[in-house]
Ligand binder design. Structure first.
Ligand code: PLP
Length: 352
């Protein structure tokens, strides 16, 4: 072993879902939105502006558009390159205690990766048998708390009173709520940020705004939290937000009608698809996200996953304790979901 290797950070990276090149795949594996982004975004793509020049390191136009939209001041908003970037910076900024940070055992699988990378001690708390986060588990001493609401990959949403109880019991540390899916029927904790200076909310343009490819995420919290994150970001890379992202992200925020229309369409498809899934013998917790986390009464998830993949339909399967009999199915268009249901009907019939 070479001498320098002893000091290399050794980490097990997050495994993203597959991004197949084949355009014919029905792609329901990474919670992308099946609808295009706002037409305003498309039109602007043709006149992106001067790429010779560095972008505004503060991404002010985008920060201001988000702040206006959410009814906040601009010093309450931080933007980054996808919410993964925002979350990583938040971990680095706020989770800096000898006490362990806490998150659920079944949750977004990037949290333990960042904790390992940044040498942050952590402990997980098991979800209950219905896949609900137990708020009592987060009330004792800790170095910080992070969880998604709705949770991923379960889609289960926590009521605001319970969220508030966790935030109120943890005034000495930062509580990060990852609201990646909140627009699909969850309950945002935005009304709490003026009362709790230890609460940071993180949202993204990747799911509800159909812009996963652009990479825009943002955090909202009290000005002191936002300033602390900016200080860390500027110690790392000033120009993280590129010119096109700033311009196109702003256009997306300004098209509320289109946003509502596509989000409502996905919620309607989810409601219909959930009933159909149930008829086929699947069970799942109620989802407030753009996916359903489902298990079949008799057929193992892995065999459905593999057969669906062979049929050109990608869903997500996690070979992990407690959830290895579940599939996470992204809500696509009605047509995509009809094709999936057709496949499932035939597959289940043949398996009998
Ligand atoms: C998709 C997702 C993210 C990351 O989203 P990006 O903004 O695309 O980086 C963060 N948290 C959760 C829970 C997610 O599902």
């Amino acid at each position: 072993m070479k001498q320098w290797m002893k000091n290399v950070r050794k980490v097990v990276p997050y495994t993203p879902g597959e991004q197949p090149k084949d355009k014919n795949i029905i792609k329901l594996n990474t919670n992308e939105n099946p609808y295009p982004p706002s037409p305003r975004v498309r039109d602007l793509c043709r006149q992106i502006g001067d790429l010779r020049l560095y972008p505004d390191p503060a991404a002010s136009e985008l920060v201001e558009a988000i702040a206006d939209y959410k009814g906040l001041d601009k010093d309450q908003v931080f933007v980054g390159v996808g919410s993964d970037d925002v979350l990583a910076i938040a971990f680095l900024t706020f989770f800096n205690s000898d006490r362990p940070i806490l998150f659920p055992d079944i949750t977004y699988s990037f949290y333990d990766v960042w904790a390992d990378l940044f040498r942050i001690p952590y402990e997980t708390r098991p979800l209950d048998e219905h896949f609900h986060i137990r708020k009592e588990d987060y009330l004792g001493a800790n170095g910080g708390v992070i969880f998604p609401n709705p949770n991923a990959p379960t889609g289960v949403s926590m009521p605001l009173e319970e969220v508030e109880a966790i935030v109120a019991a943890n005034r000495d540390v930062v509580v990060i709520l990852d609201e990646a899916y909140v627009d699909f029927g969850g309950e945002t904790a935005l009304p709490l940020i003026d009362r709790y200076d230890n609460l940071l909310l993180v949202q993204t343009f990747s799911k509800s705004r159909s812009l996963a490819g652009l990479r825009i995420g943002y955090a909202m919290g009290c000005p002191d939290l936002i300033k602390a994150m900016c200080d860390v970001k500027y110690s790392f890379n000033s120009y993280t937000m590129n010119r096109p992202s700033i311009l196109l992200g702003k256009a997306s925020i300004e098209d509320e009608d289109y946003f509502r229309k596509t989000v409502d369409r996905i919620i309607a498809t989810r409601t219909w698809f959930a009933r159909e899934l149930q008829e086929l013998g699947f069970h799942f917790p109620e989802s407030r996200a753009n996916f359903i986390f489902a298990s079949h009464e008799s057929i193992p998830a892995k065999s459905i996953f593999t057969a669906a993949r062979d049929a050109g339909i990608y869903v997500r399967y996690f070979e992990k304790p407690r959830i290895d009999h579940y599939l996470r199915i992204t809500i696509g268009t009605d047509e995509e979901m009809r094709k999936l249901l057709q496949f499932l009907k035939t597959f289940i019939e043949n398996a009998k």
